[in-house]
Design a protein around this ligand. Structure first.
Ligand code: T4K
Length: 392
């Protein structure tokens, strides 16, 4: 809890005052609400002596996720990146695949790692999601698919992307890493496109330490991905498909089951922090919180502020000022995948067709949230931004 009052520039730690928080306040601090339940499940796991490879807790987690999302198949994996790689391969993607540059770099790496060229399309300035017009412009004879990303849990333009995919005979899947617990047109994210991929990394609001999952309504695809997850084995000694090791361990499934039980509490806490941020930042000129469609469910895991031209201080200076207060705000996904290696070397001119990505990447600040957020954080961030807005 911060008791420091920040009213003038001289109150800021960057100008020599004591920081607002004695220890760092992180973006991505894990929610571990289901700890007691986890301990019980972990003890059962040791008793059972079954630690991984499609154990009972993995199967239960998959069943519960299917029920919750209203989808036929959930294949739990060791992390979101391997889940993406497996889905991409199971869908037969090759050549070029269109993705946003404005995403976590794993969306690009899952393609490049398999000899597929990620082609970067631009995003919509209001939603930060793929711009369908830009996607259309990126289609070539080598294009085999599109990966839409539900950035910040906001649904990508699902119908427009589906239309483009149908018109051009492309495979469409979604990187839903941010979107567990979110909806599109009243339907849970998880059953759009041919497949959707979730990340359950420690930093996500719903976590299994490390973990991820692919969900799909396609029986054949699901079967293929189950084989791929376990080296293509169907039985002792019998391999019928190329595969890798994408298995989720039981201890991770235990964490998932415990956190599913606690999810309503976490969601309520996220929602309360988001509303608090809305109020605390509302009167600061040049600061805008990325908004969510009121009629949809959002997990409010990421609280994302954008600083526009009216804000007198550059974003990097804002982040440095917050860091000095021990508030470790982030610049996700600066500078955009196209400016990271190897993509920056492969496509040095990609930025010419990504003007919105470039602009957004200079404006975004991701703010801390979650069940462990120290009291006073939101108001302190509001105070810091209000002082900076005076033009120090
Ligand atoms: N697609 C998208 C759109 C994604 O956002 C992601 C992951 C993926 C695919 C791939 O899914 P996974 O393979 O990861 O399942 C983080 C996460 O590592 C990454 O999972 C996430 N997206 C991305 C947006 O953020 P980093 O490099 O910022 O994470 P890290 O480990 O530095 O943690 C961030 C902060 O969280 C730390 O500064 C402190 C705090 N933290 C972290 C951990 C792990 C804790 O307080 N405790 C912890 O245990 O990328």
């Amino acid at each position: 809890m911060s008791s420091k009052s920040i009213r003038t520039p001289s109150d800021l730690a960057i100008h020599g005052a004591a920081p607002a928080f004695a220890s760092p306040v992180h973006v991505g601090r894990p929610n571990t609400g289901g700890r007691e339940r986890f301990m019980v499940l972990a003890a059962e796991m040791f008793e059972r002596g079954w630690l991984t490879n499609n154990g009972p807790m993995v199967q239960e987690l998959e069943r519960r996720i299917c029920d919750q999302l209203g989808v036929k198949h959930c294949i739990a994996m060791c992390n979101g990146t391997i889940a993406l790689e497996i889905a991409v391969r199971a869908l037969g993607m090759q050549g070029e695949v269109i993705i946003p540059s404005w995403t976590f770099v794993a969306t690009a790496h899952c393609l490049y790692w398999q000899g597929i060229t990620p082609v970067f399309a631009d995003v919509d300035p209001a939603t930060h999601n793929l711009d369908p017009a830009s996607v259309r412009r990126m289609i070539t004879p080598r294009t085999s698919g599109i990966i839409g990303v539900h950035v910040w849990g906001r649904p990508a333009p699902v119908s427009d992307l589906q239309d483009i995919a149908d018109e051009h005979g492309l495979a469409l899947m979604f990187d839903a890493s941010h979107a567990f617990g979110c909806s599109h047109q009243g339907r849970s994210i998880g059953s759009f496109g041919r497949a959707e991929v979730f990340s359950f990394h420690a930093t996500k609001w719903f976590n299994t330490f490390e973990g991820g999952a692919v969900t799909t309504n396609d029986d054949e695809l699901a079967e293929k991905m189950r084989l791929m997850r376990n080296f293509g084995f169907v039985h002792f000694d019998k391999v019928i498909h190329p595969g890798t090791n994408g298995k989720m361990p039981e201890v991770c499934a235990a964490m998932g089951l415990a956190n599913l039980d606690a999810m309503e509490t976490v969601l309520a806490s996220n929602r309360a922090h988001y509303e608090h941020y809305r109020r605390a930042l509302a009167d600061i000129p040049g600061v805008r919180l990325v908004a969510y469609a009121e009629q949809e469910r959002n997990n409010h895991h990421y609280v994302v502020a954008e600083l526009d031209e009216a804000f007198p201080v550059r974003r990097d200076q804002v982040v440095a000022t917050l860091h000095a207060e021990n508030i470790l705000a982030r610049k996700y996904f600066w500078p955009g995948c196209h400016r990271m290696k190897p993509y920056a070397d492969l496509f040095p001119h990609a930025g010419l067709v990504l003007p919105v990505t470039a602009a957004v990447s200079e404006r975004v600040v991701v703010l801390p949230s979650g069940t462990t957020l120290p009291g006073g954080t939101v108001d302190t961030i509001g105070d810091v931004l209000r002082v900076l807005a005076q033009g120090t």
